[in-house]
Every structure is written in C-alpha cells, then in structure tokens.
Design a protein around this ligand. Structure first.
Ligand code: SF4
Ligand code: SF4
Length: 224
C-alpha cells in the first residue's frame, strides 16, 4: 500500500486489547488490495467483525465480492476507546511487550509493491443504475452486466488518484475508500473541499492516451 490512513500504534493497541480478551485477531496490510486480488482470502471475513475505514466504504467493498461482515467499525477516524465501546469490549491496560511486537509486525508490512489498490466501488444502496460512471470512464474499469447494472470489472485499469467518475454520480454512490475526503471515501461528513474537477481536461488526457495507443498499433502494423 502506498498510503495508510491507520496509525500503526492505534491498530496495534486495538489488536492487543482484543487478543488479551481472547478474540482471534488478524491484521491485513490493505483491505482494498485483498478485495482486488485475493477474493478467496476476503471471503474468510464473512460474518466477522471488521475494523477498518468508513463503514459505508467497507461494506460496499466487501459486498463487491459477495462478503457480508457481522459488524464494521471505523478505526480510521475513531479512537480505540470509541471502537472498543461500540464493540462492547472493556478497556484495560495492554501488554507493552505485545504492543511492541505488533508495532514491529505492522512496520514490516509491505509498503510499496508497485501497485496501489485504487479503484471505485459502488454503494448498491444508493446506485440507481443510471450508467453515468460507466459512460464517463474511458479506461474500461466498469462494464454493464446482463441486467444493465454497472459493475466494477477491471479495477486494475483505474488511474491512480483519479476519482473523476465519483463526481459524475448523482447519488454519491461511487466510493474510493482511499480518497482523502468524504463523501468520496465513503465517509458521511461533507468534508470534501470545493475542488472543481476539470472534466474536459480529464477527457482530453484519456483521449490522448487512447490515440497514442492506437498510433502505436498502427505503426506496428505498418512495420509488418
Ligand atoms: S453514476 Fe452512480 S448511480 Fe449511476 S450507475 Fe454509476 S454508481 Fe450508479
Ligand atoms: S477514477 Fe477515472 S479511471 Fe478510475 S474508474 Fe473512474 S473515470 Fe475510470
């Protein structure tokens, strides 16, 4: 992962607290990457409590792969105390030794594998199947299924840091969990800056890429 919204110490403290209480705990480096590339591993989260980012984003991410968590708690913006209270876990001192061991383990998570799992997910509770996100994206990230419903079928083709299609959605149903601001990251608070997206520039950029690819194809043909 190339960006991390979770403080290592906070995640480690929560993990140790739960372990001390006898819960089985698994910490993963990047839930988006797991959903994108490790569907089978993601399925093991069915019926569990998942502590990650904004609930709407996490539920939509899991639902994309047909997984339903029993509970989703937001460790991105909430404190350990708040999350513990929500999950009914009583706070207690955690073992410093275990805490250090967890911090070391988390610090050793892979941070740059050349791929940052960045792609849109659709909040089905909000989507009205208007198709605008599908029509806007020139990179084939979306496709339509036989019922005319938009599906994210090629997440790897999404342009890193481009959240453009989210802004075309009339329902705020397109989520990029790793975006900094709500509502694009699935957060409920309207904290997004008044960032005016230059859609014309985005189209031009995309078109330039397509034309370059086409030209490359033509010159290859000519050489034959
Ligand atoms: S633009 Fe929004 S409402 Fe329309 S199909 Fe895409 S996600 Fe659904
Ligand atoms: S963010 Fe950009 S590249 Fe990614 S799906 Fe949306 S329009 Fe396509």
């Amino acid at each position: 992962m190339s960006r991390n919204f979770m403080e290592t110490e906070k995640v480690a403290r929560m993990a140790v607290l739960l372990k001390q209480k006898g819960f089985e705990v698994r910490v993963v480096p990047d839930l988006c990457e797991m959903a994108e590339d490790h569907k089978e591993a993601l399925k093991t989260l069915e019926g569990t409590t998942v502590m990650a980012c904004h609930e709407r984003a996490v539920r939509a991410l899991l639902a994309w792969r047909g997984v339903q968590a029993a509970e989703v708690l937001n460790l991105r913006t909430q404190t350990v105390e708040e999350v513990a209270a929500q999950s009914g876990v009583t706070l207690e001192e955690v073992s410093e030794e275990l805490l250090e061991a967890y911090c070391r383990e988390l610090a050793n998570f892979p941070t740059d594998q050349g791929h940052d799992a960045w792609f849109p997910i659709i909040d089905r509770e909000r989507c009205v199947s208007c198709g605008k996100c599908h029509d806007f994206c020139l990179f084939g990230v979306y496709s339509l299924d036989e019922d005319g419903q938009v599906q994210v079928t090629d997440p790897h083709s999404c342009k890193n840091n481009c959240p453009a299609c989210a802004r075309t959605c009339p329902q705020e149903a397109v989520i990029f969990p790793k975006h900094e601001f709500a509502p694009i990251n699935g957060g409920v608070q309207q904290q997004e800056m008044a960032m005016k997206i230059d859609t014309k520039q985005l189209y031009n950029e995309a078109l330039r890429e397509r034309l370059a690819a086409r030209r490359a194809g033509i010159s290859l043909l000519k050489k034959k």
